[in-house]
Design a binder for this molecule. Structure first.
Ligand code: GTR
Length: 327
């Protein structure tokens, strides 16, 4: 709580400082765990330019990147409380808050990134964004996050058995914890900012993420074995505080939605390029072993228990079936 208070104070001071140089009548504040230049940060900065143009300079967005406002769980709480306007986070930490989002965090629910795009761009994607509203949030956009794969300090993972007993850091999500248990690993929920040190000190044996995060954080130095399990294709989301939303005119709300849609589109291009570059940078070190999984069907069989346990309400079961039916 104290931490949240001091963060709120920090944003207030930062906003006061920036208001002298900002031309807009109102500057929305947005948080991101990633650093300057990361595609999610660039996308919200682009959205700021668009919203500024669409509102004739009345509204823009300032992105507090690099975890300046705290870890993802902290910033989500701040958005819910109305102390922060926007947050760009992974969907994963929302799975414990907004039940419908669990469908997108089921292991292997998306067959490919293309399948995920088809679902997110369609009716199901919009319905899940709408599901944030009763919980104090407005879902504005999905951003790409590719596929998450395991990386380990000591031994490369090639088969399901290689995960047995490994302490794997995960995001704050019960469904992801259940997935790790189903795969034989020991889940360790931990904020993103602590993973590097935890890998270096042996507190954990590994973690899992996409190529750009693996590269941008430098985790590949401490955990030089990347196993292409692609067990989770979970999108990033841009979420607004319902309080901030309700305080805006309908014209401004429409401008924010339009700009978010445009940012979603441009981010996809940035993302594809960043994945390619991140992979290239990591491989160029010559020190990282990349493995394909030799028994992918065993991974899929193992996680069936997660579906049995989580997709058991008729609503969620139905949502998962509809996702799987999208071509
Ligand atoms: C990244 C994502 C971050 C954060 C991180 C994590 O892929 O972009 O927002 O959720 O994963 O693992 O904590």
């Amino acid at each position: 709580m104290r931490r949240i208070h001091s963060l709120v104070l920090a944003i207030g001071l930062a906003a006061a400082a920036s208001s002298t140089v900002q031309a807009a009548d109102r500057t929305l504040r947005s948080a991101d765990t990633h650093g300057a230049g990361y595609p999610t940060v660039a996308a919200v900065e682009f959205m700021s330019e668009r919203v500024d143009a669409l509102t004739g300079g009345a509204l823009d967005i300032k992105v507090f990147h690099s975890r300046q406002l705290g870890e993802e769980s902290d910033t989500i709480e701040m958005v819910r409380a109305g102390a922060l306007d926007l947050v760009r986070v992974s969907l994963s930490p929302f799975t414990d808050l907004v039940p419908e989002t669990q469908a997108f965090a089921m292991p292997f629910v998306f067959r490919s990134v293309e399948h995920a795009h088809a679902v997110l761009d369609g009716e199901i994607g919009r319905a899940v964004l709408d599901a944030f509203k009763p919980h104090g949030f407005i879902g504005l956009a999905y951003f790409d996050s590719g596929a998450r794969s395991f990386y380990t300090v000591a031994q490369p993972v090639r088969r399901l058995a290689d995960l047995a007993g490994l302490r794997i850091r995960i995001q704050s999500s019960d469904i992801i914890a259940a997935t790790m248990e189903a795969l034989g690993a020991v889940p360790q929920k931990m904020p993103f900012g602590e993973v590097g040190t935890a890998l270096e000190t042996g507190l954990i044996d590994g973690a899992e993420n996409n190529w750009p995060s693996y590269e941008a954080t430098g985790h590949f130095k401490a955990a030089p074995n990347y196993a292409l399990s692609r067990h989770l294709i979970v999108p990033e989301v841009l979420i607004m505080s319902r309080r901030s939303w309700d305080g805006m005119t309908t014209d401004h709300q429409a401008a924010v939605r339009t700009a978010a849609g445009e940012a979603e589109e441009m981010m996809r291009r940035l993302w594809a390029e960043r994945v390619r570059k991140a992979r290239e940078t990591v491989l160029a070190t010559g020190e990282v072993t990349v493995t394909e999984i030799e028994d992918p069907e065993r991974f899929r069989e193992a996680v069936q228990v997660v579906y049995d346990r989580f997709a058991k309400t008729p609503a969620l079961k139905n949502l998962v079936a509809r996702i799987q039916a999208v071509q």
